[in-house]
Design a binder for this molecule. Sequence first.
Ligand code: C5P
Length: 301
Amino acid sequence: MRLRHQMAASRPVRVRAFAKINLTLRVLGRRSDGYHELRTTFQSITLHDTLEFVRTGAGFSIACDDPRCPADSSNLVWRAAEALWSVAGRNRTMPGTAVRIKKRIPIQAGLGGGSSDAAAALRALPQLWRIRVPDSDLHAMARQIGADVPFFLDGGTTLGLERGDLLFPLLDWPDSRVVLVLPAFGVGTREAFGWWDDDSRRGTTAAPGESDRVPEEFRNDLELAVAARHPEIGRIVQGLAQVGASYAAMSGSGSAVFGLFDGDRQARDAATRLAGAGRRTLVSRTLSRRKYRPLAAPYLV
Ligand code: C5P
């Protein structure tokens, strides 16, 4: 890692941060570090935030058009910037940097918005700061910022083991429309895993007969825990199946529920029929790793 130039004026850098859904999510048990051992299939989708990074006189600031998105050091983008600079900046102070986040990925939805923004910062800041950071260092930093962050460096269809951060690229999932149904409430990741812990102590994590229709792997173990507290989740999953989704499940720790559809028209009809009653719907598409690479690359503006 080395500084290639003095910190001279540079053009703003923009980058897209794509959302994900979890096509499958099995919780295999609790780990000694407090995390949970997972086997999950991540899938990138076209829904994305856009981040713009600009050099300023001094300091680091974040502005976001969604008031629920933190603008302080609790934002994972802040953590990403600090991690990068502590490795790449040696003893210099961080160059003045302002970040603007255009938020489209719903918050507390299990779509990885905060983690994807952090990975986008890890891709974009080396360009803004004109530093070179090896991929292996970026992956190590990503893992420290959050279990989902490493996935967003490469995207596509990917198997995640351990905390979800030991990654194996899979063959791309066939191009599908993804209908997202967002209930009026959000769910915190820690909260959802806590519910899974409570249920597993009581022996209620498995629902007999649940997996009759689809292969054992195709389920989200957190869905049972979240739906037990928020029955709306179960109603949405059923509703999506009734309007023709080839597969429907909660994404990650919720609260978003997705349905997969082959056709655009069918997906739009489903989104219309599932909307209302405090729910919001969005239609997105799966994004292959090959397409992810150029679309997720930072660019000068
Ligand atoms: O890694 P990250 O900070 O995004 O995770 C948020 C929380 O989700 C963790 O603090 C932990 O409670 C829970 N989690 C977990 N097992 C995982 C991933 C996340 O228990 N594999």
